[in-house]
Design a protein around this ligand. Structure first.
Ligand code: AMP
Length: 285
């Protein structure tokens, strides 16, 4: 497995391997089984003769001024071992200087899907994501890229980025990998106090139970379904809901009335436990 930090070296590697299918897995590191499942999907997509490229870059532009950029975990050596064990061929670990020009003045912004859900409480976030992902696509020039459904809104925005900027890249979604008690794996779970960690599984419990009641026809309208999930989450003392919404899985448009024959229903939430903000989502299809 090769490790490259400089963009010139990456270009050189691209040139040498241009006849092989290349699949990219962008990450911010502190890799867990969720990230590694994406590497496994990438390995299958690349095939025996292709290359899996993982990027590890804690992207400063997607963090807000009072967020955890400085303290975000960066266990690089352990991450490299994990990548190697999951069949990654190249890890790209750029410094911020390799990605952002000091006086950069061109910005990529998605203007429709980004303002809601996570975007309403973190208005800077998806601009940071769109810019870094565009740069990683341009630098790594992959044929395909794998993203997790755990970040459902991000996935929808990246599909939009691909469509609207004509990137010739296939986007593959990986399912959310969970701890045995249902909590979605996240690098930020490590910040939770012992008490918060025992309460956090309520997020998945509430979302999945609400979705199953919608599927069974027991919850037939959005307001009642949101209320049902909200009540479950608010029963645990440390949880503070940032948002909780039901929306159409393809358009991310809020569903406000009766579900009727709408099939693609997804519920998503962000919940604070102390300063740690956890997100999760569950859908019907
Ligand atoms: P991050 O390092 O948080 O930027 O995440 C990198 C990629 O891993 C993104 O595509 C995430 O959606 C994905 N990811 C994060 N957590 C999980 C999980 N629990 N299951 C599957 N994919 C995940």
């Amino acid at each position: 497995m090769k490790v490259i930090s400089e963009t010139d070296d990456l270009r050189e590697w691209n040139r040498k391997t241009s006849d092989r299918r290349r699949v990219l897995v962008p990450t911010m590191g502190a890799l867990h089984a969720g990230h590694l499942s994406l590497c496994d999907i990438a390995r299958r997509e690349a095939g025996a003769n292709g290359d899996v490229v993982a990027s590890i870059f804690v992207n400063p532009t997607q963090f807000g001024p009072n967020e955890d950029l400085a303290s975000y975990p960066r266990p690089l050596e352990a991450d490299l071992e994990k990548c190697k064990a999951h069949g990654v061929d190249l890890v790209f670990t750029p410094g911020a200087g390799a990605i952002y020009a000091e006086n950069a003045s061109v910005i990529i912004d998605e203007t429709k899907l980004s303002s809601r859900l996570c975007g309403s409480s973190r208005p800077w976030h998806f601009s940071g994501v769109c810019n870094v992902v565009t740069k990683l696509f341009n630098l790594a020039q992959p044929d395909a890229a794998v993203f997790g459904e755990k970040d459902f809104q991000q996935l929808a925005i990246i599909r939009r980025l691909i469509r609207d900027l004509n990137f010739p890249i296939k986007i593959i979604a990986g399912p959310t990998i969970r701890e045995s008690d249902g909590l979605a794996m996240s690098s930020r779970n490590a910040y939770l106090s012992e008490e918060a960690r025992t309460q956090a599984p309520i997020i998945f419990e509430a979302l999945s139970e609400t979705i199953s009641q919608i599927s069974d026809g027991k919850l037939t309208a959005s307001v009642a379904a949101v209320e049902h999930a909200r009540k479950m989450i608010e029963k645990v003392p440390l949880a503070k809901i940032d948002y909780l919404e039901i929306f159409h899985s393809d358009t991310l448009e809020p569903l406000t009335g009766k579900f009727g024959n709408i099939k693609k229903i997804r519920i998503a939430t962000a919940v604070f436990f102390g300063k740690t903000r956890l997100i999760d989502n569950v859908g019907i299809s």
